[in-house]
Design a protein around this ligand. Structure first.
Ligand code: GN1
Ligand code: MG
Length: 355
């Protein structure tokens, strides 16, 4: 099925084995390997990313900038085909890219210790740091309004209008929680109106499995770069909070397993600030803790909305999957809010240490 694509990249089809790879929800990813080399082949989900060439333009511009300004930086951009294209429309009408597989790397789905969390936070901070002087007006928005909480809330309200009655009943508690936390949306509206909060080059999907690690838990590089575009740093920090603090992830059904590990908050703060502390404005820094609330709440809303919309976006592996995911995220949100006083103390402590 992938023969023509591989031929386009000059690979000898008969020598390669192909198997599904990773655990992303949106794109389809495969590892292609022969005895000597390996690649990552990815089909872009073009019902989500309507303009795959926008992704390509962004990555090419950023790659060029980083190569010029920071030659040693590992930025895993798609490879070019024999005809010089880094995105190929295959016979099935879908768009594909080929990436080099980074030897000696692996991804993790669960964080066991704070070293990896710290290293990942440094990597995400470094990325935005290195692109601090990059002209963001050159970048396309690969997904418009991707982390626009106002829009996500509106989509939730629309889903309430169209959802089946039975689903509304099943999700009654979560709908209540979504409404009960509306103050998060108000704070979001406040900071987006504040001119001191800058748009920066942001990754927008800082889940731990979007970082490649070596065997010593050093973060080698970032992957899943399709949502690299202008945004608020709160998106990146907030999604780290969402995915690093709890030992159980968004798929966990046993809500008792969702707890907040405050030492991981410390690792994220310390790691991210080691790169971005000198760059963020004082006003931006004031929203550091808020970032987690914003992203956990947004993800809870997105899963809940998708449940109400019959799983059209995320899909579902079992009945009620997206409702369970929403429950999970609201439980995480509750834990996060309860831990806020501790987070404040941690920030004061780390700031003193860094003085
Ligand atoms: C999606 O594709 P993946 O799994 O890396 C989603 C993120 C969500 C995440 C939840 C383009 O990311 O925004 O946080 O699922 N990406 C898109 O697991 O919607
Ligand atoms: Mg991913």
């Amino acid at each position: 099925m992938f023969d023509n694509i591989l031929i386009n990249f000059g690979l000898n089809v008969s020598e390669y084995t192909i198997r599904p790879f990773g655990s992303g929800l949106i794109n389809h990813t495969y590892k292609i390997s022969d005895v000597n080399q390996a690649y990552i082949l990815q089909q872009i989900n073009d019902s989500v990313f309507k303009h795959p060439n926008h992704i390509d333009n962004n990555l090419a511009l950023i790659k060029q900038y980083l190569d010029e300004t920071n030659p040693g930086y590992l930025f895993v951009a798609p490879l070019k085909s024999k005809t010089g294209k880094s995105i190929i429309k295959a016979d099935d009408g879908k768009y594909y890219r080929l990436f080099p597989f980074i030897e000696g790397s692996h991804t993790v789905n669960f964080l066991q210790d704070t070293k990896a969390a710290y290293n990942a936070a440094v990597q995400f901070g470094r990325f935005t740091h290195l692109l601090n002087h990059f002209d963001i007006s050159k970048l396309e928005y690969t997904l418009t309004d991707f982390h626009n909480l106002k829009l996500r809330f509106k989509q939730f309200e629309q889903a309430l209008q169209t959802a089946h009655e039975e689903k509304l009943k099943q999700a009654a508690d979560e709908i209540k929680q979504a409404r009960g936390n509306i103050e998060i949306l108000h704070t979001y509206n406040q900071f987006t109106a504040n001119k001191e909060i800058k748009l920066r080059v942001i990754h927008h999907d800082t889940k731990i499995n979007n970082v490649l690690f070596d065997d010593e838990q050093n973060a080698l590089c970032l992957v899943d770069l399709d949502t690299v575009m202008p945004g608020y740093y709160l998106s990146d920090v907030g999604d780290m909070m969402r995915t690093y603090l709890s030992p159980a992830n968004e798929e966990e059904k046993d809500l008792d397993k969702i707890v907040i590990r405050t030492d991981f908050f410390r690792a994220i703060y310390k790691g991210y600030m080691s790169e971005m502390g000198g760059i963020l404005t004082e006003t931006e820094k004031q929203y550091f803790i808020f970032s987690g609330k914003m992203m956990i709440y947004m993800q809870g809303l997105r899963f809940l909305t998708d449940f109400l919309n019959n799983d059209v976006y995320y899909g579902a592996q079992y009945e009620g999957h997206n409702l369970i995911r929403a429950k999970n995220q609201f439980k995480l949100l509750e834990g996060y809010i309860n831990a806020e006083p501790i987070f404040k103390e941690i920030i004061i402590g780390v700031d003193k240490e860094l003085l």
